[in-house]
Design a protein around this ligand. Structure first.
Ligand SMILES: *Cc1c(COP(=O)(O)O)cnc(C)c1O
Length: 350
């Protein structure tokens, strides 16, 4: 049976292409003599590869980072595979074959991965050196191993653990990375993520790898006022109701109306990435008017007090607070989580 055309979603996520391009250009400018790349893992932090990558490419980005091999094909629809690096690196034959056949570059993170890649014939790869995060990458001792000098290294990478804080670890990582770059021959050197760009020119090297700030996040006060909001999620009002004093609202009846009031039930829940932690201090907005959340967030629904929006109608769209620093404060979630949580039921448009 052929299905009729699907009705429109009651959830939409507007992606501001102008703001996205502006953010990349601003981060590229702040990177000084280095060029800015783009972290596009996790479907461009949840915003969708097809809406984001063409805009970044058009703005001038040429270096794209994903985490998984499975993330390569979607990005390859928009940029040559040679522009894509896979941060998790290869773990077996299938990964190696995929890398060779597509041309996407593995990031080599361990001596095991280095051997796998060399034994398969090698070719251009990136290398991650761990300068103090103890997460992924060759240790400072391991980069001296003979196998590393056998590799054909395009970009030498390291990742900052605390670039969003003013702590001594940043300078220590910078010092170690500088030493690693002197020891390991590579065409290109890359240390800074979004927050790292704000740490200054000495952290930029040849290539920076912003992710969060491209998408409107502000991980460091040095980026405040320069980065624009990109993701604007909205949800539709399904029903309005009148509550009498003593009526309770939602699961476990955690809110009780003290007076007669009007509530709106909205098509938005934790299955959409609007987690229950929003209930404490959160709200939705109608033309800038704040409508506080009442009771618990359900899987598919949330209830708000719409007393402040007397003209609100069923079917109207409400805005989520997605100025990321503010949203993080209100929800207790990180700016990264707020973006990557946004669920599949949002219809993404740009
Ligand atoms: C995710 C990631 C980035 C981007 O970091 P942001 O803090 O989002 O700018 C850069 N480099 C690596 C290795 C990453 O995993």
């Amino acid at each position: 049976m052929t299905l009729p055309e699907l009705p429109p979603s009651t959830l939409r996520l507007q992606i501001d292409k102008g703001a996205l391009a502006h953010n990349w250009r601003e981060l590229d400018r702040l990177s000084g003599t280095a060029r800015a790349g783009a972290a596009v893992k996790a479907s461009c932090y949840g915003l969708g590869v097809d809406h984001v990558v063409p805009v970044l490419e058009e703005a001038g980005a040429r270096d794209f980072f994903v985490a998984h091999w499975a993330e390569v094909p979607a990005v390859m629809q928009h940029v040559p595979a040679e522009c894509i690096s896979v941060l998790h690196g290869p773990l077996g034959e299938a990964d190696i074959r995929f890398a060779k056949e597509t041309g996407a570059r593995p990031v080599i993170n361990s001596l095991y991965q280095a051997r796998l890649w060399r034994d398969a014939g090698g070719g251009p790869c990136d290398v991650m050196v761990d300068t103090g995060m103890n997460r992924l990458g060759l240790s400072m001792a391991e980069i001296g191993e003979a196998i590393v000098s056998d590799l054909q290294i395009h970009t030498l990478i390291s990742h900052l653990a605390s670039a969003d804080e003013d702590v001594a670890l940043n300078a220590l990582q910078l010092e170690r990375f500088t030493a690693a770059a002197q020891q390991v021959p590579a065409q290109c050197r890359s240390l800074a993520n979004s927050a790292g760009i704000a740490l200054g020119a000495s952290y930029a090297f040849d290539l920076t790898r912003p992710g969060l700030a491209l998408y409107g996040g502000i991980p460091h006060p040095g980026l405040a006022g320069r980065i624009r909001q990109v993701a604007c999620p909205q949800a539709q009002v399904l029903q309005l109701r009148d509550l009498s004093p003593g009526d309770t609202v939602g699961y476990n009846a955690t809110f009780t109306a003290r007076r007669a009031m009007r509530s709106a039930t909205v098509s938005l829940g934790y299955a959409d990435g609007f987690l229950r932690s929003w209930a404490k201090a959160g709200m939705l907005m109608h033309n800038g008017t704040e409508l506080p959340i009442l009771g618990r967030v359900s899987m598919d629904l949330v209830i708000v007090d719409c007393g402040a929006a007397s003209q609100l109608r069923e079917g109207d769209w409400l805005d989520l607070e997605y100025d990321l620093p503010r949203a993080a404060q209100l929800s207790g979630l990180s700016q990264y989580e707020l973006l990557t949580l946004l669920g599949r039921r949002f219809c993404r448009t740009a």
